[in-house]
Design a protein around this ligand. Structure first.
Ligand code: PLP
Length: 434
């Protein structure tokens, strides 16, 4: 074995079965375009864009060069009461991609930080308007909103919460939108818009004026690509408006072309008040996240602060880091020059055809998909997730990486993928799942 197991012991790996992994490591040493190579020189096609983040493919030299040049010019400047040019430029570029009105951008270093930042902005907005009693948040079962304490409280995945205490009080979870009658639906399912009424029930039970914000992933990604039923997001928006609840779209996966348009908000034609993002913002070449906020929310917070005082007591040492901003700008240039959002939208037909061909396999109990993201479920074994891990390892051995969450697979190829790459992913999935 190239890596002596002892040399792997110090690193405590995240969301990993450490003991199992270290006895059978899968170490990626190099990657380019849609392919990665492991420690044995074994070539693997990346069917999940890493973790849904390398939309423009791995190891893009344009991004590496931009980061290198920036770090030689200015590798860091304090982000509190000082600025550097690239953070302003990148914020304006992100605002231009977002729906009109969502044009104020706060930088973080990850999706988890974006979610917790959005929660704090929601609190601050209501406090600024004299509605500090709005302390509750609503999210959904099967939601994933990262791993910081706020985001974990919002998340609706038992394993991510169970070991970590009671979390934030006052979070209510709406039902998830997976329904048996929608199995094998391509695109938005017909049934389930009424599940949005759970939010109305919480408003009736706890008081709409106690709820600060409702967090929704336009397409719930990490738990298996749950596409919103037709009319569902519109109904959530209406209920939020009725009760003065802020609507936050967690676009950490959906953002930057994954579901057709720049953001899920545009793909589904529903405008939130706040959007969280990360992952493909820098094509994952540098850690970065952002929260884009409606001008009215921003203005309310600014107006409430006296004189020249700080308006939001929140920020990260590395927020808007020059290297990350350089990566972000180079990434957005690639998206624009290569029309990657449009390209993903065009490739979606072939991609979803390929994924839905798996539905005849006895091991596959559901397939779902929208844009360049699809999920499938397999017949579980005795222990939830054990078969999922087994499938993931067998796929890897056969030359394909995908993200498995429990017994669901999530496939989200880079937006640069050609038809032959999609075919290769489909072929390996069929071989292994058969
Ligand atoms: C919707 C959503 N929100 C938040 C996060 C957390 O992002 P990060 O892992 O960058 O902290 C993720 C990560 O997958 C996500 O899918």
């Amino acid at each position: 074995m190239k890596y002596d197991p002892q040399s792997l012991q110090s690193y405590w790996m995240p969301f990993t079965s450490n003991r199992d992994f270290k006895s059978e490591p899968r170490i990626i040493e190099r990657a380019e375009g849609v392919y990665c190579w492991d420690q044995n020189g074994h070539k693997i096609i990346d069917g999940s864009s890493g973790l849904f983040c390398i939309a423009a493919g791995h190891s893009r030299p344009e991004i590496a060069d931009a980061v290198h040049a920036q770090l030689k010019e200015l590798s860091y400047s304090a982000p509190f009461q000082l600025g550097h040019p690239l953070s302003f430029e990148l914020a304006a570029r992100i605002a231009a991609l977002a729906p009109p009105g969502i044009d104020r951008v706060f930088f973080t270093n990850s999706g988890s930080e974006s979610v917790d930042t959005a929660m704090k902005i929601a609190y601050a907005y209501h406090y600024a308007r004299g509605e500090g009693q709005r302390q509750r948040f609503v999210s959904r079962e099967r939601a994933y909103h990262g791993v910081n304490l706020g985001g974990v409280a919002l998340s609706g995945m038992v394993k991510n919460r169970q070991a970590f205490g009671i979390g934030l009080p006052g979070v209510c979870h709406m039902r998830h939108t997976w329904l048996a009658e929608n199995r094998f639906t391509r695109g938005q399912p017909e049934h389930g818009a009424e599940l949005a009424d759970d939010l109305e029930r919480f408003a009736a039970t706890y008081g709409g004026d106690t709820i600060a914000a409702c967090f929704i992933e336009p397409v719930a990604g990490s738990t298996g690509c749950l596409v919103p039923p037709k009319g569902y997001l519109e109904r959530v928006r209406e209920i939020c408006d009725r009760h003065g609840i802020l609507l936050v779209f967690d676009e950490v996966i959906c953002g930057f072309g994954r579901v057709g348009k720049a953001f899920g908000a545009q793909s589904f034609g529903v405008k939130p008040d706040i959007m969280t993002m990360a992952k493909a913002i820098t094509n994952a070449a540098q850690p970065m996240g952002a929260v884009a906020v409606d001008e009215a929310v921003h203005q309310a917070i600014l107006n409430a602060a006296p004189g020249k005082s700080i308006e939001l007591f929140h920020g990260y040492t590395f927020g808007g880091h020059p290297g990350a901003c350089a990566a972000g700008l180079a990434t957005l240039d690639i998206y624009r020059k290569e029309n990657l959002f449009e390209r993903g939208e065009q490739m979606s037909g072939h991609f979803l055809d390929t994924m839905f061909q798996l539905q005849d396999l006895p091991a596959v109990t559901d397939v779902r998909g929208y844009g360049m993201m699809a999920g499938f479920d397999i017949v579980p074994g005795d222990v939830p997730g054990a078969r999922g891990l087994e499938v993931q390892k067998k796929l890897f051995a056969a030359g394909l990486h995908i993200k498995m969450t429990g017994d669901s697979g999530i496939v989200a190829p880079p937006l640069i993928s050609e038809r032959e790459h999609i075919d290769e992913i489909g072929r390996i999935l069929r071989e292994v799942l058969s």
